[in-house]
Design a binder for this molecule. Structure first.
Ligand code: BDR
Ligand code: CA
Length: 310
């Protein structure tokens, strides 16, 4: 399956890219970057550093939006560190980004391929995707699916009391994507908060026997320091890799089709996911919203795949 990863690396974003590269079922057509965890300059450098790690200089990287559509923009340097990659010591990027804006790359790539052949894996704020949908509405009928990490139902919020980070940073973009009509799979905090980066799991990454296993363990050890304390769990959550894991092994997840909208007006609730889980409104079901996960199964998949990278 052909995918584009739209991302703001971020340690968990980088692990998502590595999981895709380690999986022969997936053809990664390109990586597009957006401001989110850190600035777009830094997320672009980090995307290239991730591809460098896997020896994949052949995969294009296109830099995208430097700020949200309307909102002021916030980062998550308090979670991911000033570079977005704190925890592991990586060399600087081997190259600059490819020419052309991320939004143009997305549109051109989607329009050039067979209808229904491309899936977007969106693991940062949804600014690029919203811009692409506005600029070229024809992509709606050409995409197979958007699989995104964002939102929350019972876990509610991780950057504000009411909202998950990716939706909060660019709520207007998230609202556009949710209303787009493209088949949508949503992986919210309800899932990602079940995937604790426990001490035992970090040890399994270290035991993979390759450089990447150690780097992944170092990255997650850094994130865990902040989040395990915050949530009182054995390790922090693991967010973005669930998008690619769902594409590879959907049976590890359960959810249901719901109507999903994103709050763009609320003073206290900006970016909140409004999920009609109980079918209260007579509203169109626009998203497969996942709620539960076989956490051990996802980690086994990660161990098995990342071990393949030299
Ligand atoms: C999301 O926010 C970012 O910090 C992570 O990379 C993930 O995409 C989780 O709320
Ligand atoms: Ca991310």
């Amino acid at each position: 399956m052909k995918i584009i990863i739209d991302t703001d690396p971020g340690q968990d974003d980088a692990i998502t890219i590595l999981l895709a590269l380690a999986s022969p079922e997936i053809e990664l057509l390109g990586v597009t970057t957006v401001a989110g965890n850190v600035s777009v300059g830094q997320t672009t450098a980090n995307a290239i550093r991730t591809l460098d790690l896997a020896g994949r200089a052949d995969i294009p990287v296109h830099a995208g939006a430097a700020r949200p559509l309307v909102a002021a923009g916030v980062t998550a340097a308090h979670v991911h560190g000033a570079t977005g990659f704190e925890g592991a010591d990586l060399p600087p990027p081997s190259r600059s980004a490819d020419k052309g804006h991320a939004v143009d790359f997305m549109i051109e790539t989607i329009m050039r391929h067979e209808p229904g052949s491309i899936t977007i894996c969106a693991i940062g704020p949804l600014t690029n995707l919203a811009l692409a949908l506005r600029q070229a509405p024809a992509i709606v009928g050409r995409l197979a699916r958007i699989v995104l990490m964002g939102g929350a139902f019972s876990e509610v919020g991780n950057i504000s009391c009411a909202a998950e980070f990716n939706f909060f940073v660019d709520p207007h973009a998230a609202a556009i994507v949710c209303a787009s009509g493209v088949p949508l799979t949503v992986i919210p905090l309800d899932v990602t908060h079940r995937l604790h980066t426990s001490v035992a799991r970090l040890a399994r990454f270290r035991a993979l026997g390759n450089r990447i296993g150690n780097i992944v363990a170092d990255w997650l050890t850094f994130e865990k320091r902040f989040e395990a304390e915050k949530y009182g769990t054995d390790g922090g959550p693991l967010h973005d890799p669930n998008t690619v894991a769902w594409l590879l092994a959907p049976d590890l997840y359960q959810g249901r089709m719901v109507n999903l909208r994103v709050e763009t007006q609320g003073e206290l609730t900006m970016g909140a996911s409004v999920v009609d889980w109980w079918g209260i409104g007579d509203l169109p079901k626009n998203a497969l919203f996942l709620r539960t996960v076989d956490a051990d199964g996802v980690y086994e998949l990660l161990f098995e795949r990342l071990a393949r990278l030299s």
